[in-house]
Design a protein around this ligand. Structure first.
Ligand SMILES: C[S@@+](CC[C@H](N)C(=O)[O-])C[C@H]1O[C@@H](n2cnc3c(N)ncnc32)[C@H](O)[C@@H]1O
Length: 307
């Protein structure tokens, strides 16, 4: 049950389920795309796992994809435990697993549904669910993307406003939380940009960005910007993560702003778009020398902040 390039993984965990809800096997390898450096569930050989505990993701296509990848990687008779908050996909788990041909034991605890199955000898529909959730070229722009990645099948309106507002930039910069690379492509259209580091915590976004952004000035990293950011930059662009504006999300966005401040040289500039209701002005004013609102439309605001 070791997690290393040369070891066979026989037990895995996807995400970080609360220990009161499900216990992964000791030494289980992390396989979530949201944990930088972890193994990819997709890379585990067919029938290699004895057990998998999965805190299932919220989107239907990405969840069915993850469940199908898990069933593919499990050996016949191997144990799959899938759980999710009831209102974030949990109430659908049972039906989804039954559709794959599994006999499901279901329980409820702490607003979660917890389903336990033994992998049947011949599950149904795995290839279809994997195809429906896979990395692909989509939309009119033909960019690579994948269900589960931020705004995977449409341009986010906040990103759109930042794209319209950004002037041509120059020097060395970074795109924090780059997603599939939409902002980066626009930034790299400026010839005076000499280097751009794209960073995202989601491996799927990073894999899509690697295919979308092939400019030799781009460097693409699977990392957490709060821990692993470049230094002495001339500029940073970002549409920081938000979900429902809960307190954790605010702290994450504020963490992005502090990380950008730390990554910039004196006089360097941050271009940021955010939902208008998110409280970023205070942290911007506290950390940056000059903060200028540059656009305000349809619930989004763009700021230019100079260090
Ligand atoms: C609002 S989306 C913006 C994506 C892209 N820049 C765009 O505009 O379409 C925020 C991105 O930040 C990423 N993210 C969230 N937390 C992160 C972290 N701690 N470090 C790096 N990226 C993170 C998410 O995976 C997501 O792709």
């Amino acid at each position: 049950m070791k997690d290393g390039a040369n070891h066979t993984v026989t037990a895995a965990v996807y995400g970080a389920p609360h220990s009161a809800l499900a216990a992964p096997a000791a030494g289980a390898a992390q396989v979530s795309p949201l944990v930088p450096g972890s193994r990819a569930l997709e890379d585990l050989p067919d029938g290699s796992l004895e057990s998998l505990v999965m805190l299932a993701p919220p989107g239907t296509a990405e969840r069915r994809y993850a469940e199908a990848q898990g069933l593919r990687a499990l050996k016949a008779g191997g144990r799959l435990t899938v759980l999710a908050p009831k209102d974030k996909g949990g109430s659908r788990l049972r039906k989804e697993l039954e559709a794959f041909g599994c006999a499901v034991g279901e329980s409820a605890k702490r607003h979660h549904r917890i389903c336990v199955v033994e992998r049947p000898a011949a599950p149904a529909g795995l290839a279809e669910a994997i195809a429906a959730g896979a990395l692909r070229q989509a939309g009119g722009d033909g960019l690579w993307t994948q269900p589960g990645v931020f705004s995977w099948d449409r341009l986010d309106p906040g990103t759109g406003l930042l794209l319209e507002t950004l002037p041509p930039l120059a020097g060395r910069g970074a795109d924090f939380g780059c997603g599939i690379g939409v902002l980066a492509l626009s930034v790299l259209a400026a010839p005076a940009v000499t280097h751009l580091t794209l960073i995202d915590i989601d491996r799927r976004a990073v894999e899509a960005a690697r295919r979308n952004v092939t400019d030799p000035r781009a460097e693409i990293r699977w990392a957490d910007v709060r821990r692993d950011a470049p230094a002495d930059l001339d500029f940073v662009v970002m549409n920081p993560p938000f979900h429902d504006g809960g307190s954790e999300d605010k702290a994450l966005g504020q963490g992005f702003i502090r990380a950008a401040h730390g990554a910039l040289r004196k006089g360097g500039v941050l271009w940021l778009v955010a939902n208008r209701h998110l409280p970023y002005e205070a942290v911007l004013a506290e950390t940056f020398k000059v903060v200028t609102p540059r656009a305000d439309r349809a619930g989004f605001k763009v700021y230019e902040a100079r260090k």
